[in-house]
Design a protein around this ligand. Sequence first.
Ligand code: NAD
Length: 496
Amino acid sequence: MDGEPDLYIGGVWRHASDGGTRDIVNPARGKVAAVVDEATPEDARAAVAAARTAFDDGRWPGTPVTERAALLDRVADLLQRDKEELAALETVDTGKTLAESRIDIDDVTSVFRYYAKLIGAESDRVVDVGDPAVVSRVVREPIGVCVLIAPWNYPLLQMSWKVAPALAAGATMVAKPSEVTPLTTIAFVRLLVEAGVPPGVVNLVQGSGATLGAALTDNPAVDFISFTGGLATGRVIARTAAEHVTKVALELGGKNPHIVFADVTAGGDWDAAVDHVLTGVFLHSGQVCSAGTRLIVEESVADDFVAALVARAGKIRMGDGLDPASETGPLVSEQHRAKVESFVQLGISEGAQLVCGGRRPDEPALADGYFFLPTIFDRCERSMRIVQEETFGPILTVERFTTEDEAIALGNDTEYGLAAGVRTSDPARGERVVRALRHGTVWLNDFGYYTAAAEWGGFGRSGNGRELGPTGLAEYQELKHIWHNTAPTAAGWFKG
Ligand code: NAD
């Protein structure tokens, strides 16, 4: 950034080996905000080699757990020290509002604190093998060299969900943020260095996934790939990794249902339901893997519910995320807005009824950014592509149901399975529906929340790994069974 080297390999900050750079654009203004080094495949291979050396010589896996935990706590302190700076950088890079970016930095901090505590509390499992002479233990060991690949919508947050447990576990790593939004990850690696991460333990390369992908994933020196991003990329990575039987955890897309029963009026929950459906889909202009983009609403209240949503969607204040008056920001790039616009055309051509948005805002102040209005399609059918495919933009589709079974069937009618919401005033119904939905996170009368201590991940094609919680740490560990015979005698199997 600003002429400083941005690649961190083997404990040294470097420029790209071919001197290449990339312009990073502020999506609210459509202007270059920074220029960063663009790694070459050679740089990526050097980063993996550095991580391999740092693992094999034991400098991090051999560091006592208490020291690893203390380092994680120091990182958390530094994140809070630099919170405002990091939040502003995230906003400039992604377009999200400062309020959202601050929440992201707090989340990242809590993940470091959580894993600092968890790693300190882990113990071996003693197994009774039925022989008093044998001491049998199952111990956890760091998995080795990890490649951590993150997307652009929650750049630092998604990266930290990987780096924190990897560091806690004693693994070494190469971090590759999205080429669209690398700024906070560069700043974050500087904080890791300040906190005392030894050279080679964390390495950083940024650049195009298409260019660096093979060097990072088609590489026998890598033991684990943790990937968050789109389904198509996840498939490529899984296929490539299979060649080396490298373990892969995939956190992929979602097409998340938000089911609203007519009884939400009964307990006065109507306003909260409207509010959560609105926030669930339009926060960060819909660029959220768990966005509730599919409203599935009971027929008897559907017209009123959609009318209430349309009224509020029209009032959402769009603007530069650095402006405290802005409630939501732009789409991340011109290219991404073009993709979202093509989905709107698709919805119209499929016969969905456009009742709100569907175009760019008129305000001249927003003309240079990649803004797109909150968009609602009513009268959608489950077979439509606009209902089934992840648009990753501010687009809500509306389907209607009349029975609980139909609501569940619609909620499960997706190849994905990341997250879902259910709104009902009937606790028994709520429990039935929540249990019947095949999604990794289900919110009952709430939407969008998560915590460092609870697992996050998808069913179906939303992925095959889990982040956060104890399972998020276990992804970075191998289990080893140690059978120790304290009084060995001959087995006597062969008599000769
Ligand atoms: P993407 O798949 O285009 O890119 C993700 C990352 O993969 C980037 O760093 C990119 O450079 C890299 N990449 C691309 N091709 C690669 C290759 N061949 N080999 C290795 N790396 C490669 O995704 P995106 O557009 O950045 O992010 C949006 C997607 O991420 C959405 O589908 C969203 O749902 C998903 N996402 C999922 C979660 C989750 O928790 N499940 C969270 C956030 C985002």
